[in-house]
Design a protein around this ligand. Structure first.
Ligand code: NAD
Length: 261
């Protein structure tokens, strides 16, 4: 399939899953609005590298997903400079792990802002243009934790359950405008977000990161292997295809059997 002529905005695409999705969409010809934090030189290399490798236009916005005005400005910038936001991937996310009684209120607020509220603000900004053009694909990156809980992840689990709720509302509201809105629910993917949890756990338990990888997988996933960012990119491309034109409001699991158990 080709996404040539489409513009994709992917939040949190300087790393991990977002980067995998941006690469997969660019490989199909989509122009990109990249976003996320990181070293300015690294981000410029990434932007220029993607543009060159795939022959697409690629811009970068440093918008902070905890700031609604910056989210709206990023969408407006993509529309002004690239012509549209046809594909919106709301992916940026953070994690913090503690029991509820020890969970800092400011961590709760930050996770709800970045992992949940940013999805609402992003869709609010992008849907009017999609409706006008009669075509749009919104992909919200939820998690297996949008469907089931784990201890010590109160804010993350609450945010991801919320992402599934707002995905369903958006899907129903846009159902007859050529727009689909779905949520991808990954299990474990070996990205910096998970590597930090593995390192912290290994330190706590006096084990190795390799041992913790096995422990993480065996605790949750029937398949004893991580999903890759490339595989999630492939799923995002499928959700943008004509074959997926009537998939909407769906939580799509890609989790090695996590929520099947
Ligand atoms: P990651 O840490 O590799 O990447 C997160 C990205 O979000 C980075 O580009 C970072 O700069 C960006 N970001 C963080 N805060 C931001 C902010 N305030 N504004 C703008 N950008 C910000 O993590 P990842 O594992 O690739 O996670 C991506 C998404 O996938 C998250 O929503 C996460 O919850 C979800 N997810 C990850 C896993 C996993 O196992 N890694 C599983 C399920 C869901």
């Amino acid at each position: 399939m080709s996404l040539k002529g489409k513009v994709a905005l992917v939040t949190g695409s300087t790393s991990g899953i977002g980067l995998g999705i941006a690469r997969a969409l660019a490989a199909q010809g989509a122009d990109l609005m990249l976003n996320g934090f990181g070293d300015a030189g690294m981000i410029e290399d990434l932007r220029a590298g993607l543009a060159k490798e795939f022959g697409v236009r690629a811009l970068y916005s440093p918008a902070d997903m905890s700031k609604p005005a910056q989210i709206a400005a990023m969408v407006a910038e993509a529309e002004a400079k690239l012509g549209a936001v046809d594909i919106q991937v709301n992916n940026a996310g953070i994690q913090f792990v503690a029991n509820i009684e020890d969970f800092p209120a400011e961590k709760w607020d930050a996770i709800i802002a970045i992992n949940l509220s940013a999805v609402f603000h992003g869709m609010k900004a992008a849907i009017p243009g999609m409706k006008k053009r009669g075509w749009g694909r919104i992909i919200n990156i939820a998690s297996a934790h949008g469907l089931v809980a784990s201890p010590q992840k109160a804010a993350y689990v609450a945010a991801k359950h919320g992402v599934l709720g707002v995905t369903k509302v958006a899907a129903v509201e846009t159902a007859n405008f050529g727009i689909t809105v779905n949520a991808i629910c990954p299990g474990w993917v070996l990205t910096p977000l998970v590597e930090k949890q593995l390192e912290d756990k290994a330190k706590q338990q006096g084990t190795s990161v390799a041992q913790e990888e096995q422990a993480f997988l065996s605790e949750k996933q029937a398949m004893m292997k991580f999903t890759t960012a490339e595989q999630i990119g492939g799923l995002a491309v499928f959700l943008c295809s004509d074959a997926a034109a009537t998939i909407t409001g769906a939580p799509v699991s890609i989790d090695g059997g996590w929520v099947a158990q």
